[in-house]
Design a protein around this ligand. Structure first.
Ligand code: ATP
Ligand code: ZN
Length: 714
């Protein structure tokens, strides 16, 4: 409805179509009727009440509410000729107002237009053309009263000031009025008149021309209104969607985690109660456990230490290769003492964002102090406490380390918070971190020895089903240098293999299998090796085995196989009875002899022309031992008890003397191997054939074959 309602303004509204109709057929009287309401009394006739979907045009908007009686009469007459023929007028027209009649009369000195409308029946028959209406509209004074009786000046006067005019139109007039009457009225109509004149439009067509103009204008206004409505609706929908979107983002767990981690204000500092992990769970690191025992005592009973005046270190640094059980030990300390355990990894503090790493450290220590006695464990300490090198990758590491140092200085030694740090690279740590008062107690957690490995293997074997014939010690002997984590993995892999093979329990075979897999890579069963190469490999490997078996100081054989694995076509594994801390000259020579066994076997069986490249790593091994014996271990009579570290810088004579000695050692070794293989040619043949049949033979089976007994069919 194009109406501007106001409490004080009389309103005259008319369906738009009627106005258009009036424009179109000004002489027709049948299609349009009107009624006039009484003063202070709204027309309540049913027709009037019936809602109309048509847009309504408020005549006041057209500036008609201020018409003089005569003008209104003229207008109504021209718009709706014969509209009021009596009291039974239908009420498509109605007027309403609420302001006092006297107000208008008093203030403006002329009769209220509505009293005129009320008294008049609007039944004049004069028909007038649109041209007349337009020119009337053009010059009628527009008189608009806003709310609260604030009366604006006559429009004619106000139009003198352009700025005033603009302000007024924006404030009061609807766009229709602005466009049609106020802002562009004069110019539009004038232009239209001018246009009709210049185009020489005949008098007869001028009405139609103007009608078309007015109709188009009204339609454009209706369209604008529609567009504005739909724009408003779209904006509302977008706003609601935005609200939903924001709600969804806040509820999304992924994003909330991101917010957590990136702000660092809420880093994970929840303690873990470690009652279930004790020193019992950590095997093969007895010394480390003993050293940490006193820390456990302190955490259990801090007063005992305070009374005696003893001071415990604030920080303990666990140093050792990966997987040796440093984290496990720290957990066990908390578990033994039954105190909370705060875990943090150094890399968590290594943040790209300023202050985040430092704030996490602050949070961690604040939480820990509130829950003392407790253990803070910082894994990978080197990644937070490494030497303070400025680098673009770690822009705020200095800030983080400083925070860590400040926190460590910030509590007293006997406050009940023990910080355990772990690192694989103690040398990479910032010196400020390892000075007394910080991480001043260092505990080494080495790779386990054979006893330790046996214990660890037993511990993890007890968690799976294994055959009674399994000897963990044999596996332990063959896994020199394995860490606790690697041994755990070995047992696990054996269990998986047994499950895949449909076995009920794990046997030595699976354990050996997984050991070889870890040491040498997976088996290459799919590799097609021709019989000739298989035979050469079988004799080569048996050659090693025969030398090992018949040489007094050689290590016991564990296994021989011609199954390709990793880069090898076959191998013989020997096991030291113990981890060897020292090796004798005889043991070193025996190792060289065993290495030579492969090539000697090839030569003896297939002839000098058919020796292969397969012995190169054997020679590498033998040559290395011979070289060390001469240059490092003082085991050459000719060169004496002296070390020759940088052989390239030695005199040519010395260099050739060393070379000579190494050559003799290797040659002698080769000859010894040849002698043994010639002596035990029969055993050599038997073993090679057994390998060709069975592919893999363990120590017991090798012994059976070499004793000339028959192997049971597997
Ligand atoms: N000495 C051990 N006794 C028993 N289990 C061990 C031992 N060492 C390692 N493990 C096993 O290996 C797993 C990994 O060990 P842990 O995380 O403690 O090693 P770590 O020294 O902290 O390694 P990293 O330096 O890589 O952090 C342990 O959870 C445990 O299952
Ligand atoms: Zn070999």
């Amino acid at each position: 409805m194009f109406s501007l309602s106001s409490t004080v303004q009389p309103q005259v509204t008319v369906p738009l179509s009627h106005l258009i109709n009036a424009f179109h057929s000004p002489k027709s009287t049948s299609s349009v009727s009107a009624s006039v309401s009484q003063n202070q009394h709204r027309d309540v006739s049913p027709e009037h009440e019936a809602p109309s979907n048509e847009p309504m045009l408020n005549l006041r908007d057209l500036g008609l509410s201020e018409l003089k009686i005569g003008q209104i009469d003229q207008l109504v007459d021209s718009l709706l000729p014969g509209i009021c023929k009596g009291k039974n007028i239908s009420s498509h027209w109605h007027t309403s107002h609420v302001s006092a009649q006297s107000f208008f009369e008093n203030k403006y000195g002329y009769i209220d237009v509505f009293s005129t409308l009320r008294s008049s029946c609007l039944n004049r028959q004069h028909s007038r053309t649109l041209k007349n209406i337009c020119s009337d509209l053009q010059y009628w004074p527009v008189f608009i009263q806003s709310r609260s009786f604030k009366t604006l000046k006559s429009r004619t006067r106000r139009l003198q000031s352009t700025s005033e005019r603009l302000a007024e139109t924006q404030y009061i007039a609807p766009s229709f009025v602005k466009g049609f009457l106020l802002r562009d009225r004069g110019s539009d109509v004038e232009t239209l008149d001018k246009l009709m004149k210049t185009k020489n439009i005949p008098e007869a067509h001028q009405d139609a021309f103007k009608t078309g103009f007015a109709e188009g204008f009204l339609k454009a206004q209706a369209l604008t209104q529609k567009t504005n409505d739909s724009l408003r609706r779209t904006r509302l929908i977008l706003f609601v969607l935005l609200l939903f979107g924001i709600y969804g983002l806040l509820k999304n767990p992924f994003l909330s985690v991101r917010f957590r981690t990136t702000t660092g204000l809420d880093s994970a500092v929840d303690p873990v109660q470690m009652k279930n992990v004790t020193f019992e769970h950590v095997k093969g690191v007895e010394e480390a456990k003993q050293e940490l025992q006193e820390v456990v005592e302190f955490l259990k009973n801090p007063q005992k230490f305070t009374v005696l005046g003893g001071k415990l270190p604030k920080g303990i640094l666990l140093v050792g290769p990966p997987g040796t059980g440093k984290t496990l030990l720290a957990r066990a300390v908390a578990g033994e003492a039954d105190v909370p355990f705060y875990y943090a990894s150094g890399s968590e503090f290594d943040e790209m964002f300023v202050g985040v790493g430092a704030s996490r450290i602050r949070n961690l220590f604040r939480e820990a102090k509130a829950n003392a006695p407790c253990v803070i464990f910082i894994d990978e300490l080197d990644s937070v406490g490494g030497k303070r090198i400025e680098s673009p990758m770690h822009p705020y590491s200095r800030q983080t380390i400083n925070q860590l140092l400040a926190e460590m200085d910030g509590f007293k030694p006997n406050e009940g918070v023990i910080i355990i740090g772990a690192t694989n690279f103690p040398e990479a740590l910032d010196n400020a971190l390892i000075r007394p008062g910080r991480f001043d107690m260092q505990v080494t957690v080495p790779r386990p020895d054979v006893r330790g490995r046996t214990e660890i293997l037993k511990w993890y074997l007890n968690k799976i089903k294994f055959d009674q014939s399994v000897d963990p010690e044999i596996i332990a002997r063959g896994t020199v240098g394995f860490s606790g984590a690697e041994l755990e993995n070995l047992v696990n892999q054996a269990a998986l293999k047994a499950a895949v093979d449909g076995k009920e329990m794990v046997t030595m075979k699976e354990l050996e299998f997984s050991k070889d897999k870890i040491l040498m890579g997976p088996e290459r069963r799919s590799v097609e090796i021709d019989n000739k190469n298989k035979t050469i490999t079988a004799y080569h490997e048996s050659g090693h085995a025969i030398i090992a078996y018949y040489t007094k100081d050689a290590m016991p054989i564990n296994k021989a196989t011609i199954m390709p694995r990793g880069p090898t076509l076959g191998h013989v594994s020997l096991l030291p009875e113990n981890d060897r801390w020292n090796e004798t000259r005889a043991q070193l020579l025996a190792q060289m002899d065993v290495s030579m066994g492969g090539r000697v076997a090839e030569e003896l069986i297939f002839g000098t022309d058919h020796i292969t490249t397969g012995a190169s790593s054997d020679f590498d091994n033998a040559t290395k031992i011979a070289k060390w014996m001469v240059t490092k271990f003082g085991m050459s009579e000719k060169l004496g008890v002296m070390t020759y570290s940088d052989t390239g810088k030695l005199s040519p004579e010395t260099q050739s003397a060393i070379e000579q000695e190494i050559r003799i050692l290797l040659k002698d070794s080769y000859e010894r191997a040849k002698h043994i293989l010639k002596t035990h040619a029969k055993e050599h043949k038997n073993l090679a054939e057994a390998l060709l049949t069975y592919e893999t033979l363990d120590a017991k089976e090798i012994q059976i074959v070499l004793e000339g007994k028959k192997l049971e069919l597997r």
